[in-house]
Design a protein around this ligand. Structure first.
Ligand code: AKB
Length: 310
């Protein structure tokens, strides 16, 4: 049985993962931590700074934690406002987890990477697992370096760090913060509030996305997979579906034809243009039976019902 810690529990993925894990009975204890004073949940929450190796170490030892989901990060768009701060948080918090794994204090950890590791020179369609990677953001650079460090620790020190390259995550519980794919959540909230939406990407920008329930399912599946089946020691490509802002606008207009969207692309357009349109996730499918349940239409319908719009 595991004693589990989610680091960065108050973020977009952390909020939903906390709920999902708290409903499972295959581990003993769930602890949440983040930099905020309080959790929005009533789960077992502690304020811990992921950048403090000593605080993290004593907390993990004290609570006898053996499995960690390390989700704290600054995302792609916000990261460009202060690239060095992004590198510092994203890399050094990961190093703390890697060191604790090397010391045998943590047995197993999950750390999310991103499609942001790809850049302008890889194939845009069905981007392969081992394609060129020339990220154009500080976030993408930190994720690519992090992937390589996970592989380094797994290969040289026998650690068990598992990772997924996430597409844009579409969530209903917590808002994303500072990502290039955030429009795909924001547009639903504007629609709900009957506010005209200004999209920061061009209407035809195709990006890979995943519904939050699928993202959580993927994390749990990967973490429960037998270690010997995992061929990828860095981070697994993952795919669900692709869409453009215009596609969501059209879906929402079927419900309220008066909904208006303006397209005013900004610096985030270049980031989106450097990312894949679709992803080849054959390794995830073969190694740990990845199979997405939600396509574009199902995701839209779920978002509408979870946000009580329909
Ligand atoms: C972002 O847009 O920065 C993230 C991501 C794709 O990693 N959602």
């Amino acid at each position: 049985m595991s004693r589990v810690l989610i680091v960065g529990s108050e973020g977009q993925i952390g909020t939903q993962l906390s709920k999902a894990l708290s409903n499972r009975d295959d581990f003993d204890y769930l602890f949440l931590c983040d930099i905020k004073d309080k959790s929005r949940t009533d789960l077992n929450y502690f304020k811990v700074d992921a950048l403090s190796y000593d605080d993290l170490k004593s907390f993990i030892i004290d609570k006898k934690i053996n499995e960690v989901y390390h989700l704290a990060a600054i995302l792609s768009a916000k990261g460009e406002k202060d690239p060095m701060r992004t590198w510092n948080l994203n890399m050094n918090s990961l190093f703390n987890i890697l060191k604790l794994a090397k010391e045998g204090i943590i047995e197993k950890a999950f750390w999310p990477s991103s499609i942001a590791v790809f850049g302008n020179n890889n194939p845009k369609n069905d981007t392969p697992q081992f394609s060129d990677k020339e990220p154009i953001t500080s976030y993408g650079i930190s994720k690519l370096a992090g992937e390589n460090w996970c592989k380094y620790f797994n290969t040289n020190y026998g650690t068990d760090i598992r990772s997924i390259r996430f597409p844009g995550v579409i969530s209903y519980d917590a808002l994303p913060g500072g990502g290039t794919t955030d429009y795909a959540v924001d547009i639903f909230h504007s629609f709900k509030s009957k506010i005209r939406y200004t999209c920061f990407l061009d209407k035809d920008t195709i990006l890979p996305m995943i519904y939050i329930d699928d993202a959580i399912d993927g994390i749990i599946k990967l973490m429960r997979a037998p270690k010997k089946k995992l061929r990828i020691q860095s981070s697994y490509n993952l795919y669900a579906f692709s869409m453009s802002p215009k596609m969501i606008e059209e879906e929402l207009k079927k419900i309220d034809n008066g909904f208006q969207v303006d397209y005013v692309p900004d610096y985030r357009q270049a980031i989106a243009d450097s990312w894949p349109n679709t992803i080849d996730d054959i390794y995830a499918c073969e190694d740990w039976d990845w199979n997405s349940k939600y396509n574009f239409k199902e995701t839209t319908n779920h978002m509408l019902s979870k946000l009580a719009i329909l």
